[in-house]
Ligand binder design. Structure first.
Ligand code: NAD
Length: 358
């Protein structure tokens, strides 16, 4: 069987750190296991354009492994060439780089290692909220520059205590974010999701549901996005919605870059409508050098907490999603049923309820 994996290149770091399992070099730790069973395993980071390894090998691969951190975009056109493809496995969480509707039509299964990095991301969200609200990065940069002017950073630093914080999406990550924020004594914790949390679960974190999105954002000092990217969330945060945010609110998005309109966000930060934006996900990955999110700043010269896509690829997370990929493959090779929570698209239908209301 031919198994194709599109992973990110780990270069020197992957040679020095074998726990960087999700890299081309360390091959999710499954290369010899696959080889011993007689499977062909192709691993590459070359994913763009018609002459890429991805497009060359997809033609006869039966299994495709991809990762959200270096997404191999399996569009309908590419899928049309993939005559043998039966199953796509996402090493991580978030399969929007695969045309899921086309996968449904072609009866190609799509699985994720559900839950593998949700704590990793939730921690990153809390860190990002804090670094924006407390104006941390400009303060640190001042120190690196050799300067010391407390008022220049204190003028835009606040406490998280007493703020209204809301999550768009209250699934595994969104709920963990709410749990982690509760001890900061916010004024309110809100969520917006078409799936309501059970009352007992919502009351455990003291979260209140707001059903209208504009009303939701207008109440929040901090908004965090924790929903998958699909037809209902693409460009959800655009110029119009941003105009309903409280002036000077903070926005953290570790879900997917394309949930936000990149130019609208950059403009909102520049004007001060948003006091800051942070996250690790971009509408194109790797992000071009001139992407506006790399350098956008609020009127006081701060408010940018962007990093490359790494919140869900901590070494702890990599161990979990590498072993999760192996379990999915073991089930597939043995013809055993998969863990239901891992199945996004089953044979010919969506199994997950998280990729939009259908
Ligand atoms: P999940 O399936 O447990 O929860 C997603 C929640 O979003 C569900 O409750 C769903 O109902 C809700 N939702 C879907 N569409 C919505 C909409 N239009 N409005 C409001 N809510 C909506 O998923 P999860 O494990 O919490 O992960 C969420 C997303 O986070 C993933 O799909 C992925 O895109 C992203 N993610 C990013 C990283 C990273 O490294 N940055 C890592 C893991 C996951």
């Amino acid at each position: 069987m031919k198994v194709l994996a599109i992973l990110y290149r780990g270069a020197q770091a992957a040679k020095q750190e074998p726990r960087l399992l999700g890299t081309v070099e360390n091959k999710l730790g499954i290369a010899s296991w696959l080889k011993d069973q007689g499977h062909e395993f192709i691993v590459t980071d070359d994913k763009e354009g018609p002459n890429s390894d991805f497009q060359k090998h997809i033609e006869d691969a039966e299994v495709l492994i991809t990762t959200p951190f270096h997404p191999g975009y399996l569009t309908e056109d590419v899928m049309a060439k993939a005559k043998n493809l039966k199953i796509c496995v996402t090493a991580g969480v978030g399969s929007d780089h695969i045309d899921l509707n086309a996968a449904v039509q072609r009866k190609i299964q799509v699985l994720e290692v559900t839950g593998s990095n949700v704590t990793s991301v939730a921690e990153h969200v809390v860190m990002s909220i804090l670094l924006l609200v407390r104006n941390f990065l400009p303060a640190h940069e001042m120190i690196e520059r050799g300067d010391w002017q407390v008022s220049d950073v204190a003028r835009n630093a606040f406490d998280l205590e007493g703020k209204v914080i809301g999550t768009i999406g209250a699934g595994r990550i969104g709920y963990r974010v709410l749990q982690r924020l509760q001890p900061f004594d916010p004024k309110a914790l809100l969520y917006y999701d078409y799936t309501a949390l059970p009352d007992a679960v919502a009351s455990q974190v003291g979260a209140r549901r707001v059903e209208d999105l504009k009303e939701f954002v207008s109440q929040c000092d901090v908004v965090t996005v924790n929903a998958p990217l699909h037809e209902g969330t693409r460009n959800l945060i655009n110029t119009d919605l941003l105009s309903h945010f409280k002036k000077g609110a903070w926005l953290v998005n570790t879900a997917r870059g394309a949930i936000c309109d990149a130019d609208a966000v950059a403009q909102a930060v520049k004007s001060g409508q948003l006091n800051g934006y942070a996250g690790d996900v971009w509408n194109v990955q790797p992000a071009p050098k001139d992407h506006p999110w790399r350098s956008m700043k609020n009127p006081l010269g701060g408010g940018n907490g962007m990093v490359p896509h790494y919140s869900g690829t901590t070494l702890d997370a990599q161990a979990r999603y590498a072993s999760g990929v192996r379990s999915i493959l073991e089930n597939y090779f043995a013809g055993k049923p998969q863990e239901p929570a891992n199945v996004i698209v089953g044979e010919g239908k969506y199994e997950s309820k998280a990729y939009g209301q259908r």
